[in-house]
Design a protein around this ligand. Structure first.
Ligand code: KIV
Ligand code: NA
Length: 279
């Protein structure tokens, strides 16, 4: 299947065909997701927690993002890939933001980048990066890089005033040239209002069922990341348990001499050579 473009996503949004979006951080996972027909892959800075073991996304660097976007691109050559802009890769200046977004395109062949926030500075960055020819996805609501200011990892837009502010932010990001916006951690009524107000595809994670598409962190939905599971996650598999049991069984079999079995799991030498070798 040919790689989808922003035209396909706009068309899907207009027709009410849901856009399926998942995170991936490595080659193998990306390969499985492409095989499964996922429409769009996010190499999120959630990489920091899921793959690198940090407590937050703050330590993630541009080099980390480039390396992992490259791996995901190799695994999913025919899938639309969004590379996340890590903390302090776009906050400083338009120039810095363009250069860092450009690295993800140039070095890892991502199709778009994503950055967090809905304020005035962020809309300038969106405009600057977009004018450099790069597709920009906005990200509003629960934005982990603003953890301190939004009062921790918790739902946003739960008052009428806060909800209206999010609708305004979405309009500002659209006007600045974002091709799509990800809305995270808001009540369904807010996800619906933003989706109705926007003229671009609105994707949601923990934003209810009304958005044009859905995103989950893959490690949450397959049951691999068990440090913390947000309320909006549905578990589609228990991969963490399956793997742990496989590791446990392997350990037991090696210790008991049950693995390997030389007639099955070993290279062969001809009888003739063996005889000559053993004399
Ligand atoms: O980094 C990420 O995976 C994200 C999503 C959780 C929205 O930005
Ligand atoms: Na992120």
């Amino acid at each position: 299947m040919a790689k989808k473009t922003i035209n396909d996503f706009s068309f899907m949004a207009a027709k009410g065909e849901k856009i399926v979006y998942l995170t991936a951080y490595d080659y193998l996972t990306a390969k499985m997701q492409e095989k499964a027909g996922i429409d769009m892959i996010l190499v999120g800075d959630s990489l920091g927690m899921v793959s690198l073991g940090y407590d937050t996304t703050f330590p993630v660097t541009m080099d980390d993002m480039v390396r992992h976007c490259q791996a995901v691109r190799r695994g999913a050559p025919q899938t639309f890939i969004v590379g996340d802009m890590p903390y302090m890769s776009y906050q400083k200046s338009d120039e810095d933001a363009i250069a860092n977004a450009g690295r993800l395109v140039k070095e890892a062949a991502v199709d778009a980048i994503k950055l967090e926030g809905g304020g005035e500075m962020i809309s300038r960055r969106v405009r600057a990066i977009q004018q450099a020819g790069i597709l920009v996805m906005g990200h509003i609501g629960l934005t982990p890089q603003f953890m301190g200011q939004i009062g921790g990892y918790k739902a946003q837009g739960r008052s009428a005033a806060a909800a209206m502010k999010l609708v305004d932010q979405a309009k500002v990001l659209e006007a600045a040239g974002a091709f799509s916006i990800l809305v995270e951690g808001v009540p369904p009524v807010v996800g619906k209002a933003i989706t109705e107000a926007a003229g671009i595809p609105i994707l949601g994670i923990g934003a209810g069922s009304y958005t044009h598409g859905q995103l989950l962190i893959y490690a949450d939905m397959v049951g691999m990341y068990d440090n913390f599971t947000p309320k909006f996650v549905k578990k589609y598999a228990g991969v963490g348990e399956v793997l742990t049991n496989a590791f446990r069984e392997y350990a037991a079999e090696v210790r008991q001499g049950q693995f390997p079995v030389d007639t099955e799991h070993a290279y062969k030498m001809s009888e003739e050579e063996t005889k000559e070798f053993l004399v």
